[in-house]
Design a binder for this molecule. Structure first.
Ligand code: SF4
Length: 192
């Protein structure tokens, strides 16, 4: 199945309508969002073309209907699953952004450990040294394994890199916003 593009046909209101973009950081480090800000002064051009919906750079708490969703980070806990499904349900095009979202990245290094033993090793009572794992029901539960986003929802595009560069994101987004299939030259492609 071919990856979808946005309809930006000439002579329709679609060419002038501002697109809505949601972004989320699941179990990521916010480095991919920093790369988005690394487009530097081009951010002023971007905000002429798009409005941001739910995102760490807005104060919007839930995702409404959007054209593009960018997801940074792997899926490591129950809240990540909830946020990811919300973006998938509302975004026409969903992009896995960065190594963690694409293949689990560094957070997936914990996949060879037992999650219960790992928590008991990390959380210890300061006096007795006994396991003291937080159990407040407000806290999201860890999944047994860290997963890439496409193991939980359908993904339309993957942008590798830890993080992808600002230039890579700019090329990708301007292609999509222009109604084109994104194309990256070799020098914009990286996995590290
Ligand atoms: S891919 Fe790299 S930069 Fe992006 S969230 Fe993961 S660790 Fe951070």
């Amino acid at each position: 199945m071919q990856a979808p593009t946005l309809d930006r046909s000439p002579d329709t209101a679609e060419t002038t309508r501002k697109l809505r973009v949601a972004t989320a950081s699941l179990s990521g480090c916010f480095g991919c969002h920093m790369s988005l800000l690394d487009i530097d002064a081009r951010i002023t051009e971007l905000v002429k073309l798009v409005e941001f919906d739910r995102s760490p750079i807005t104060d919007i708490k839930t995702c409404g209907p959007c054209d593009i969703g960018l997801v940074e980070g792997a899926v490591a806990n129950s809240e990540n699953v909830h946020v990811l499904r919300e973006l998938r349900a509302n975004c026409q095009i969903l992009i896995a952004l960065g190594a963690c979202a694409v293949n689990g990245g560094l957070p997936a290094q914990r996949n060879h450990l037992d999650v219960g033993e790992m928590l008991e090793d990390v959380y210890r009572d300061i006096d007795e040294g006994l396991p003291c794992v937080p159990d407040d029901p407000e806290l999201p539960l860890l999944l047994d394994r860290v997963r890439p986003v496409n193991e939980v929802v359908r993904v339309d595009y993957f942008i590798p890199g830890c993080p992808p560069s600002g230039d890579t994101l700019w090329k990708y987004l301007t292609d999509l916003i222009g109604g084109r299939m994104p194309r990256l030259d070799y020098d914009l492609f990286r996995y590290d």
